[in-house]
Design a protein around this ligand. Structure first.
Ligand code: CP
Length: 304
């Protein structure tokens, strides 16, 4: 039985295979409409979500399966003090596969110790969000036609943004990828990602506080929101929340084929006017999230 805790649980070959299956689902959706008939997905969200939970549910329904679950800890017996391990052991008596989001880093690993079915980490605290990364990889592959030879700007909250940590880890395994790390000093990428991922793998990167400095070099601009829920101090959040706002003016020097991504939800960091720029890929990215999760469910349930 396989789980997905971290993007590195899958080899590059497995990720490329998931991307290929997703592309086949995009082109031949009806072929997949009964693949999960009789199977049940549980979505256990101890932390808020729109895209991840609903895309998992939509993915399973489009595969002919069914869904159950809860969308907040307060509506489950967690509110009575039940442990994550007991909750998972219980739900794995009802479901064939579980997607869970939890505010505590490492909670999915705890779940994996008591489960009877595959567990998918749908986000654990500021740690990892591997299915967002799969979504991002499919988006890049679809929009740029390759995952190699790309310069990727990551902008905003690089400290708490778990999607950024997972994406850097994943993209570091492809050829000739460079990163431009754009953030205020207080929200810089954690040292462990710099040392254990970028430096260990000899990946080229530049650090800047300016959104515009390297704009003309970027193939991808990956915007992130400042993660309010991870701040201890409201005043710090208020000071940093609007540090970067991407608008049409700031895209002046950008490449004509730049791909603008954002895991969403957006707060203020991308002006509404950018949405109508064909380079804005973030709502297409939302759609890719469903297809890659369909491919992932099939893989973990070992359905061909
Ligand atoms: N991208 C993402 O994880 O969105 P949600 O928090 O809405 O699931």
């Amino acid at each position: 039985m396989r789980h997905l805790m971290n993007i590195t649980d899958f080899s590059v070959e497995e990720i490329n295979e998931l991307i290929e299956v997703s592309k086949d689902i995009i082109n031949n959706g009806s072929k997949y409409s009964e693949k999960c008939k009789g199977k049940q997905l549980a979505t256990l969200f101890f932390e808020p979500s729109t895209r991840t939970r609903l895309s998992f549910e939509s993915a399973m329904l489009s595969l002919g399966g069914s869904v159950l679950g809860f969308s907040s800890a307060s509506s489950s017996s967690t509110a009575k003090g039940e442990s994550v391990g007991d909750t998972i052991q219980t739900v794995s008596c009802y479901a064939d596969i579980i997607a869970m989001r939890h505010p505590k880093e490492g909670a999915p690993e705890v779940a994996a110790q008591t489960t009877l079915v595959p567990i998918i980490n749908a986000g654990d605290g500021g740690h990892n969000h591997p299915t967002q990364t799969l979504t991002d990889l499919l988006t890049i592959s679809q929009e740029k036609g390759t995952l190699d030879n790309l310069t990727i700007g990551l902008c905003g909250d690089l400290k708490f943004g778990r999607t950024v940590h997972s994406l850097i880890t994943a993209m570091s395994r492809y050829k000739n990828v460079k990163f431009i790390l754009i953030s205020p000093v207080e929200l810089q990428l954690p040292d462990y990602i710099i040392k254990d991922v970028l430096e260990k793998n000899n990946i080229e990167y530049k650090v800047t506080q300016s959104m515009e400095e390297y704009m003309d070099e970027l193939d991808i601009l990956y915007m992130t929101r400042v993660q309010k829920e991870r701040f201890f101090n409201e005043a710090d959040y208020i000071r940093l929340k609007d540090y970067y706002i991407l608008d049409c003016n700031k895209l002046g020097k950008a490449k004509k084929d730049l791909c603008i991504m954002h895991p969403l939800p957006r707060v203020n960091e991308i002006a509404k006017e950018v949405d109508s720029d064909p380079r804005a890929a973030y709502f297409r990215q939302v759609k890719y999230g469903k297809y890659i999760r369909m491919a992932l469910i099939l893989k973990l349930l070992e359905i061909k």
